[in-house]
Ligand binder design. Structure first.
Ligand SMILES: C[S@@+](CC[C@H](N)C(=O)[O-])C[C@H]1O[C@@H](n2cnc3c(N)ncnc32)[C@H](O)[C@@H]1O
Length: 200
C-alpha cells in the first residue's frame, strides 16, 4: 500500500516463486476472533508488528512471506501466512490489522492471507532449511545465506527450548549482536542487512 496516495503497489513477482520468509512462534496469540484489542488477544500486537516489518517497505509491499504460528486459546496451533506479493487492501496502521486479523480469525477470506491448522514443527520441516534468530548465534555478517532464506524467531518471551532444538535440526543460529531486540525489530534488521547484501 502506498501510504501517501492509498494506491496499492502490486508486486510483479509470481506468487509461486520463492521469497525471503519469516516464521514467528507466538506462544499466546489468540486463535479465534474473540479479543478486544490486539494486545489483549494474547499479544496479537506482536504478530501485527512482525507482519509490518516483514511485508511493508516505504510505498510498497516486499516480495516476502510472513508466517505466524499462533499457539493461544482456543484452537491452537494455527498457521497465519501473509504473502507480500498477493496482499491487498491493507494499510500499515494497527486498526486496519486488528480488523483484518479479526476477519481472518473468524473464517473470512482476505487477499494474500491464509489460515490453516498447522504446528511450528510441521512448518519448519516443510521449509527444510531455516536460520534461527538468536542472540548467541553466528554473527549475521559471517553467515553465508542461501537464496530465499527462511528465518525463525521467538515472540516477546522467546522461542521455547524444545522448538528451538527442533528448528536447529534444520539450520543454524544467527545473531544480530549482543542487544536483545523486539521480534519486529529483528525482522527489520534482517531485511536491512539482506537488502544491503542484495540477497532476496
Ligand atoms: C524480544 S526477543 C525475546 C526475548 C526473550 N526474553 C529471550 O530472552 O529470548 C524476540 C526474538 O527476537 C529475536 N532476537 C532478539 N534479539 C536478537 C539478537 N540479538 N540476535 C538474534 N535474534 C534476536 C529472537 O528470535 C527472539 O526470540
Amino acid at each position: 500500500m502506498d501510504q501517501r496516495s492509498n494506491a496499492t503497489v502490486i508486486s510483479v513477482k509470481p506468487a509461486n516463486s520463492t521469497v525471503r520468509e519469516f516464521i514467528l512462534f507466538s506462544r499466546t496469540a489468540r486463535t479465534d476472533s474473540n479479543f478486544t484489542s490486539l494486545m489483549d488477544g494474547g499479544r496479537l500486537d506482536v504478530v501485527y508488528q512482525c507482519i509490518l516489518m516483514s511485508i511493508f517497505s516505504s510505498h510498497k509491499h516486499r516480495d516476502t512471506k510472513f508466517h505466524g504460528i499462533l499457539n493461544g486459546s482456543p484452537n491452537p496451533p494455527l498457521h497465519l501466512e501473509v504473502d507480500g506479493r498477493e496482499l491487498r487492501d491493507a494499510r500499515v496502521d494497527e486498526k486496519t490489522w486488528e480488523d483484518i486479523l479479526r476477519k481472518v480469525l473468524s473464517g473470512e477470506a482476505h487477499p494474500g492471507i491464509k489460515l490453516e491448522k498447522k504446528s511450528f514443527q510441521e512448518l519448519v520441516k516443510e521449509k527444510g532449511k531455516v536460520y534461527v534468530l538468536e542472540e548467541k548465534g553466528m554473527d549475521i555478517s559471517k553467515v553465508k545465506f542461501d537464496k530465499n532464506p527462511v528465518f525463525v524467531l521467538g515472540d516477546q518471551v522467546g522461542l521455547p527450548k524444545k522448538d528451538e532444538k527442533f528448528a536447529l535440526r534444520y539450520g543454524e543460529k544467527v545473531s544480530l549482536g549482543k542487544g536483545l531486540y523486539l521480534s519486529s525489530s529483528s525482522i527489520d534488521i534482517v531485511n536491512w542487512w539482506l537488502d544491503r547484501k542484495g540477497i532476496q
